[in-house]
Each structure stands twice: as C-alpha cells, then as structure tokens.
Write a protein that binds this ligand. Structure first.
Ligand SMILES: Nc1ncnc2c1ncn2[C@@H]1O[C@H](COP(=O)(O)OP(=O)(O)OP(=O)(O)O)[C@@H](O)[C@H]1O
Ligand SMILES: Nc1nc2c(ncn2[C@@H]2O[C@H](COP(=O)(O)O)[C@@H](O)[C@H]2O)c(=O)[nH]1
Length: 205
C-alpha cells in the first residue's frame, strides 16, 4: 500500500491558516486527516479539547518531549506547540493523507525528518493586512498581537525553505491554489490520481 500524502500548511499567525484549512476540508473531493496539535496555551472561548488542540500543562508537554512523543515542537510567543508523532505515523502508514497546520520552526523540523511532504507557506497580501486580521479576530490582547506580528517578519524571511508559497488574499482563491498543489503531490505519490484508476480499468476491459 502507498503511504498517504503529507501536507504541511504553515505561515505567520493570523494569515488565515485555520480559515483556509476549514474551507479546504469542506471541499467534497478532499479527504485529509487533520493532525490535532498539543499546546500549553489556554483554550480560547469555544475551543474544545481534543478537537482544536490537546490542551496540556507545561509539565505534561515536557514529559511528552522526553518520551519522544513529538514529531516536532516549538516554543511560540511563550507557549509550547507540537505535533504528536504516533497519529502521523499511523495515518500515513494506513495510506491516508494528513494535513498539519503549524508555525515555521516546527514546519522546518518536520521537513528535515520527512522531506517527501509538501510544504506550503501561506502569506498575507501584506503585513498591514496580517495585523488587521489578528485585531479583527479579537482573540489576543494587543501586546500579544504585537509579538505575533513581530515574529511574523522573521517567519516570512523563511519562506524560501518551503516548496510552495500561496497568497491568502481571498479564502476561495487560496483554497483553489492549495488544491492544485495537493493534486501535484498526489500525482507524485500515487503516479495516477486514484479517482482515475477505476475509469482507466473500465476502459481497458
Ligand atoms: N483571505 C482572508 N481575507 C480576510 N480575512 C481573512 C482571510 N483569511 C482569514 N481571515 C481572517 O483572519 C483572521 C485570522 O485567521 P485564522 O485564525 O484562520 O489565522 P491563522 O493563521 O490560523 O492564525 P493562528 O496561526 O494564530 O492560529 C480571522 O478572523 C479570519 O476570519
Ligand atoms: N510548531 C507548531 N506550531 C503549531 C502547532 N499547532 C499550532 N501551531 C501554530 O502556533 C501558532 C499559534 O497558534 P494559536 O492557536 O495560539 O493562534 C500558529 O502559527 C499555529 O499554526 C504545532 O503542533 N506545532
């Protein structure tokens, strides 16, 4: 059995990774598993443990690190964020496609370990729009927004380490661009897009 396709969607906080990922997952021909991250940050209003994140204490996170349970992790604006390894290994080995939505330090750690994935950097149209999106989301205090925007400037410099850069000017357009990238990846992994295999077999009978 062929392994699943690994897509890593990354980019600065507030660029719209979560928004674009949710819209992508609503597409009828997209059947990706979402990797739920672990974090030490406090849940926001409406966030559900085990759906949005696994919310843990610093002690629990550090135990996971020392047990070798994290594929990657990073400290980002005062909190740990990381990807549990077992879910990724299990899902890809079962031939299912996985999407990670993570910040830049973590994405580059995964790229070192799993260069066969597709690494997508989602960019804002400009830094002003990025800040406005964070303000508009209304989930962080202004001091935290300033830290996230200032981190974004160094993250954007890392764009060249990715395979693809996608501008999130409009969600619908960003989704379409990412779907094109996914098809390139599926073609690389499966050689023929799986939905065409049956059609070819029927024609050849
Ligand atoms: N193309 C877009 N145009 C305008 N606003 C957008 C666009 N994409 C997302 N947004 C808005 O920007 C804000 C941030 O989006 P979102 O939470 O998806 O970003 P994120 O990159 O996932 O952030 P974080 O990394 O902090 O989780 C949200 O309020 C969202 O509605
Ligand atoms: N390195 C990782 N970064 C992650 C992971 N899960 C989320 N993130 C990123 O952290 C920042 C902040 O997230 P927020 O939910 O507090 O806004 C953002 O860029 C996320 O994409 C992860 O597992 N590893």
């Amino acid at each position: 059995m062929k392994r699943g396709v690994l897509i890593v969607l990354s980019g600065p906080s507030g660029v719209g990774k979560g928004t674009v990922r949710k819209a992508l997952f609503e597409e009828p021909d997209i059947d990706f598993q979402y990797s739920i991250s672990m974090t030490t940050r406090q849940p926001r209003a409406g966030e559900v443990n085990g759906e949005d994140y696994f919310f843990v204490t610093r002690e629990e996170f550090e135990t996971e690190i020392s047990n070798g349970g994290m594929l990657e992790y990073a400290e980002y604006v005062g909190n740990y964020y990381g990807t549990p390894k077992s879910f990724i290994d299990r899902t890809l080995a079962a031939g299912r496609d996985v999407l990670l939505e993570i910040e830049v330090q973590g994405a580059l750690q995964v790229k070192e370990k799993m260069p066969e994935g597709a690494y997508i950097f989602l960019t804002p149209p400009d830094l002003h729009a990025l800040k406005q999106r964070l303000i508009g989301r209304g989930t962080e205090a202004m001091a935290v927004i300033e830290k996230r925007v200032s981190t974004a400037t160094s993250e954007i410099r890392m764009m060249a380490n990715y395979d693809y850069a996608v501008v999130n000017d409009e969600v619908e357009l960003a989704v379409r661009r990412i779907k094109d990238i996914i098809n390139v990846e599926r073609l690389r992994v499966h050689r023929v897009l799986p939905e065409y295999v049956e059609m070819i077999e029927e024609l050849e009978e």
